[in-house]
Design a protein around this ligand. Structure first.
Ligand SMILES: [Cu+2]
Length: 110
């Protein structure tokens, strides 16, 4: 192994151990605006967090159709954070406005 490669691996070991490496959990934001989830579909790794921000003037919910997660009522201007855990494709909707649909796709962690 070259010296350069050994140094690179050493740096990675330090950075990754500090949680700043590629394994760090990411954070995604979904806006709830004009009766829509934007973006309507997000793909995240298990362990990442997703924050839904209600920018409308009425309350909404983020409720998985399989009840995997449920925000309860999110007031106008408020937000709800969820740490993605269960893998798979989770269709969700707003309990107050069943025409509002979104999808959260959780793939295995990095
Ligand atoms: Cu709604």
């Amino acid at each position: 192994m070259s010296r350069l490669r050994r140094v690179a691996l050493g740096v990675c070991a330090i950075v990754c151990a500090a949680g700043a490496g590629p394994a760090a959990a990411a954070r995604y934001v979904v806006a709830i605006e004009q009766m829509r989830f934007d973006p309507p579909s997000v793909t995240v790794h298990a362990g990442d967090s997703v924050v839904w921000v209600n920018k409308d003037l009425v309350a909404h919910t983020v409720t998985a159709e399989a009840k995997t997660f449920d925000s309860g009522s999110i007031a106008p201007g408020a937000s709800w954070r969820y740490v993605a855990s269960k893998r798979g494709r989770h269709a969700y909707s707003c309990q107050f406005h069943p025409v509002m649909h979104g999808t959260l796709i959780v793939v295995p962690g990095p």
